[in-house]
Write a new protein. Sequence first.
Length: 268
Amino acid sequence: MAALPSCLIEGLWSELSARLAPPKPAGSPGRPRRSDRLVFDKLILIAKTGISYADAADHQVSATTIRRRRDEWQAAGLIDQLLQIALEGYDRMIGLDLEDIAIDGCITKAPCGGEVAGKSPVDRGKQGLKRSVATEGKGVPIAGVPAPANRHDSPLLAPTLDAVERNLGVLGEDVTAHLDAGYDSDKTRVELDGRGMVGEIAVKGVPAPIQAGTRWVVERTHAWMNHFKKLSRCTERRKSCVELFLALVMAIIVVRCLIREAKISYRW
């Protein structure tokens, strides 16, 4: 059984395959290269279920081949391009609501430690990972940044906004950033002012339900992302590998949101 419906996978694979190097012609010297499609399906399986590379391997493709191809694609920036293509498709067909963006962090487990792991303040000091994610007004993820679990949300605001600009270009003026009380600081306001953005920031000391605002969409998106076990319990030790799976999961969620909205907008 496939890890995800084919309607989510085929579009992403079509875009990825168009950017891969052509396969070796038959009869070329050396061992034949394993199918890129097989490796892509294995990465989807790993992202969804969180299983190890050894468990995902079979007689068709080895764990070493999956890792090697993963590193090749990440070095070429192909998975980041997939996310950008998915966002462009959503914006063209549905339209991204970039007048309001929501940003928040989510702490998950990182039992193997690594470059972006740190002591988790919510898990008795065990190794944990934080991801800072930005979404547009409806909750479509537009950028994400990994960091150690003991990093505060506020310093991650600038890297997250930089990632938004890499994926979508410079945002227009008078964009409203919806943030929780963890961002309630002068540094945050200076950062937003420097980018021409307006901050709707929850005030420290006031219960969240009273000032929840519209930032709940990013919390829902974090819940969607935690359904992918590779992110909720990340065993990758290198930052580049964490970034690859983060971008892959966000691309899948964007495509899923696109299909859902398209069924309503283009039904007739």
